[in-house]
Design a binder for this molecule. Sequence first.
Ligand code: 6R9
Length: 648
Amino acid sequence: MTTVAVKEEWKSGTQLTLSDYNSWYAASVNDPEGFWREHGKRLDWIKPYTKVKNTSFAPGNVSIKWFEDGTLNLSANCLDRHLTERGDQTAILWEGDNPEESRAISYKELHGDVCRMANVLKDLGVGRGERVSIYMPMIPEAAVAMLACARIGAVHSVVFGGFSPDALAGRMEGSGSKVLVTADEGLRAGRKVPLKANADKAVEIAAKAGHTVEKVLVVKRTGGEIAWAEGRDHWWHEARERVSAECEPEEMSAEDPLFILYTSGSTGKPKGVLHTTGGYLVWASMTQQYVFDMRAGEVFWCTADVGWVTGHSYTVYGPLANGGTTLMFEGVPNYPDAGRFWQVVDKHSVNVIYTAPTAIRALMGAGDEFVTKSSRRSLRLLGSVGEPINPEAWNWYYRVVGEERCPIVDTWWQTETGGILITPLPGAIDLKPGSATRPFFGVKPELVDGEGKVLEGATEGNLCITDSWPGQMRTVFGDHERFEQTYFSTYPNKYFTGDGARRDADGYWWITGRVDDVINVSGHRMGTAEVESALVSHPKVSEAAVVGYPHDVKGQGIYCYVTLMEGETPSEELKKELVAHVRGEIGPIASPDKIQFSPGLPKTRSGKIMRRILRKIAEDDFGALGDTSTLADPAVVDDLIDNRQNRK
Ligand code: 6R9
């Protein structure tokens, strides 16, 4: 694959050069203590830290603390400290689902809104350290709610608005949220999303499980009909009139929890990834500045929903911590048509767009004309995140969208890492389509084989990180043992990412995808175990095995092998019923793409389903099934293949 060398016009004078990158990187790994002592100063601390790094990946004693004796408030860092210099500058530029609707909110206004929401939350009984769930559409009030929690020292748990009532209930229970912030309805591609109705159901489901949600704060978005529980439900637009627009920020310790975000793993229920205040914000703001070469007065657009970590770090916290203008988009890439992204870019003179390969592939499929009829002159940098970007999509993004003017930053990271870990710095690092290139400051990636042996040179293996960085997650909420077990037990003394990667002869990193039972569907993480448990909760299903398979637009699609109960008959109707069932249990993002009824599943004699084989069959790769000798009943495989071939 050809390298795209740094172009002269990518260098800005504010950005680091390659030699800066090299010397900063060396300093960051040789003397992390000294490096971060200096860079932690990018935040406003109430009480400056004297301790910098106190971290251990040792088995049985994993403990991660950064800047631990410092105190600060995150919302003051994102708002108050910008007021004198840029109080009237737009902080949030909101573009509605409807192309006629947009709003610009200045730092001053945002500060007032956040203070009001903070006071309302206090009136609803929220105190320091308590959890608040946020189930919102992409409207500015979602960011206001997050910042308001941070202001009063409450811990937010944002739940993606596309999740089902069941999923929301589980997350409210898991985080112990007594207060929920939601909206009457969301709006996506002209269709209404019944958020409050879902929230009502979720509160009921949680109540049955013994968890009481005491208060629901409701933002009016569409004005649609909703049910109302007197005493429990409160309108935001009414409550805000009763409180002051000033709210003193709470002084928080750097290691006080900031947020919980649930994410899928390879086993069991989603984990509550916990991030704390100081290290997280140092990481979000520093990566925001250097990866996107942030420049004053620019408009930065991260297309991710605030329900995902990318929306936390790069729609809300990174841009605001640095005093930038962040664009928040309520809609979808192909509504009213596949030119929407580029219309928004032109309308708001967007300088940097940060989106996912799945969106790029979908727009690429719609044809170049949707792109070429826009100007896009304002764009100078393109970002990609969420899944590996195939070189074809990379090239289209580079050539057609960016007209070879704009560098692409392919950024690899995870909910667990808080922010970007492997990425090019534009203007410094030559690009290779499909490679996330080089580690960010302080990040020490390593490749190991299945036994944990460290692999050197140009090679491929399992991706680990050998030392802590400030943005790293601190624990799984309420379950530190699961944290250690999940991330630090496979390869002792290292953080295991769950991804596979290749390092080439130039030291560039190429992420190859998950090596565990997590699949990546349109950039959304999905545990195959979650989809399986949704399927088997249907009364007609006795067993299910779910794997990913290559999908042109989504990256991976969801392929389900389903064994029915005795006496049930496979049918197209039943397939539809199962798809609807999974959507109801988890949400539309978990919709199965293919269901294959399978009277038997390939199992080892100890009863373990051999997913390796199921993956191959789903990929139509029948010749490469590998060793099937350990199967309890090898004939099952032939049946599955016959079935697959007949049904295509
Ligand atoms: C930020 C985010 C994390 C998983 C991660 C990996 C995949 C993310 C990627 C990428 C290749 C990239 N991933 N960025 N793979 N290249 N640039 O997406 O967090 O939702 O937790 O997903 O996404 O597999 O392990 P999250």
